[in-house]
Design a protein around this ligand. Structure first.
Ligand SMILES: Nc1ccccc1C(=O)C[C@H](N)C(=O)O
Ligand SMILES: [Zn+2]
Ligand SMILES: [Zn+2]
Length: 215
């Protein structure tokens, strides 16, 4: 029997550290030592302080609707399975429906909007997703929409139109992905949120894996 071909993996998560850019006014990432090896302790243990929306993360419906489920209550199947990565660079303020390619059978769509992900500084001019695009994706059977931007709505949005369109279609959201090294195409997505009780979002370790049937 021929050896099983290793499927390539792309890590599409941001590294978490003290200087990771966060939403203006939100909680900065912090890490402190609780115990350290030596002085009577056999182990190192630290404690984290962070916004639930730090780095690559999954929004819970609770984030944009107070009566909706928390991140511990969402089904996991939306965050695991075949996805389509779409090159949406040069879309300006928001991704419009007209740029959508033929999605085939894809139920998960990830949009790349950066040439180079801004790891070192907050960029407020990020590309969002027009609510009409969310609605069009839902009409084509899409269950999860992801993006490398920190939000699917513009930073100054007060109406959260894209999130509300997601709520209407009961879709799921991934934000803060890093897609710089990922060519447009079909992949297996694995990006599972933590079961944080009452959580409005959860960090995820998001990866893409080459599909077994890829040529
Ligand atoms: N931390 C925040 C604080 C206030 C308002 C928005 C944010 C966000 O991070 C945006 C979020 N990722 C979103 O789901 O749109
Ligand atoms: Zn978020
Ligand atoms: Zn969001």
């Amino acid at each position: 029997m021929s050896p099983r071909k290793r499927q390539r993996i792309w890590d599409i998560s941001q590294k978490l550290h003290a200087d990771v850019p966060v939403w203006p006014g939100d909680t900065a990432f912090g890490q402190v030592d609780t115990w350290q090896i030596g002085d009577g302790s056999p182990v190192n243990v630290s404690a984290l302080t962070m916004s639930t929306h730090t780095g690559a993360h999954a929004d819970a419906p609770l984030h944009y609707d107070a009566a909706s489920p928390d991140i511990a209550s969402v089904d996991l199947d939306a965050y695991l399975g075949e996805c389509l990565v779409v090159d949406a660079r040069d879309c300006g303020a928001a991704i419009q429906p007209e740029i959508l390619p033929d999605l085939g059978e894809a139920q998960r769509i990830l949009f790349r909007t950066y040439d180079a992900f801004p790891h070192d500084a907050w960029r407020e001019d990020f590309t969002a997703i027009a609510a009409e695009t969310v609605t069009e994706l839902a009409s084509r059977g899409v269950r999860l929409v992801g993006i490398d931007s920190p939000s699917i709505d513009p930073q100054n949005s007060k109406t959260m139109d894209a999130h509300k369109a997601v709520l209407t279609a009961d879709m799921r959201i991934l934000e803060g992905l890093v897609l710089d090294s990922v060519p447009a195409g079909r992949y297996e997505l694995i990006a599972l949120p933590l079961p944080i009780a009452g959580g409005d979002a959860s960090p995820v370790r998001a990866i893409l894996r080459e599909l077994a049937d890829a040529g």
